[in-house]
Write a protein that binds this ligand. Structure first.
Ligand code: GLP
Length: 245
């Protein structure tokens, strides 16, 4: 039995519009809602759509708050490949959100454990995440929760898998510049969100979509835990749905 609500869109642009519909409805119902946000190329059509919809007067980010999933260890927020920089460039700088209301884990801290604990506490202090947006890695990682022998509960430091570093290398000058570690919300943090929305597009995601949502729930495929979330929507395009019958 699969609890995830699977939506098949024609292409990445339509996936972005369908995801934007879900965000728009939430933001209009709860103007100060807490958005759990994600990086990667997958959310870009959604972010472009949200920017346009605010320009068109369909929603307002003025009171919205946000918490991002993850950040590379060792990169400052001004580094063009940091996730803070990515969020500013691709979303925050183009909407009315108050920068003070946006959180991304800090990549440059002396005490990682304290930063991670404070991140969890800050999410709780905001009243929890109303909707958590996710992409998916080729190995089934969500945020930077890589396959391992358990589902990590809270925000923590992780070593990055080689497949993940290789996949993200295209954004850096060379593989040596790709950080080897990151900070990420845990699978438990994600599962605590009231609603989860995962987007997967492209043929290269077809196999992991099948494994994650139509295979066994296992920490070796971190996204599979979403099968147990009471309100999880998965939007895939036709290419990412191509391994499903
Ligand atoms: C990174 C991020 C993930 C993201 C994944 C897939 O590793 N930490 O949050 O989901 O990449 O990225 P893309 O959407 O570019 O395929």
């Amino acid at each position: 039995m699969h609890h995830v609500n699977l939506i098949i869109a024609k292409d990445p642009a339509e996936a972005g519009r369908l995801a934007a519909d879900i965000f728009q409805e939430l933001i209009n119902a709860k103007p100060d809602c807490v958005l759990g946000l994600a990086t990667g190329s997958t959310p870009l059509p959604l972010y472009r759509e949200l920017i346009q919809r605010e320009k068109d007067g369909k929603l307002s980010f003025a009171k919205v708050r946000s918490a991002n999933l993850d950040e590379y260890k060792g990169l400052s927020g001004d580094h063009p490949q940091s996730y803070r920089y990515f969020m500013n460039e691709n979303l925050f700088n183009h909407i009315s959100i108050d920068p003070a209301n946006t959180m991304v884990p800090s990549g440059l801290v002396e005490d990682a454990d304290a930063m991670c604990a404070a991140y969890e506490a800050a999410i709780e202090a905001m009243g929890g995440i109303d909707i958590q947006l996710l992409g998916i890695g080729h190995d089934g990682h969500i945020g930077f929760n890589e396959p391992c022998d358990h589902f990590p509960a809270a925000t923590h430091e992780v070593e990055l898998e080689e497949i993940t570093r290789q996949a993200n290398k295209r954004f850096f000058n060379s593989i040596d510049e790709v950080p080897t570690a990151a900070y990420t919300m845990g699978c438990g943090t994600v599962m605590a969100a009231r609603k989860v929305l995962l987007i997967a597009t492209g043929k290269d995601k077809a196999e992991i979509v099948k494994q994650s949502f139509f295979g066994p729930v296992t920490p070796m495929v971190p996204a599979s835990i979403l099968q147990f979330h009471p309100d999880c929507t998965v939007i895939v395009d036709e290419a990412a749905a191509s391994a499903l019958k």
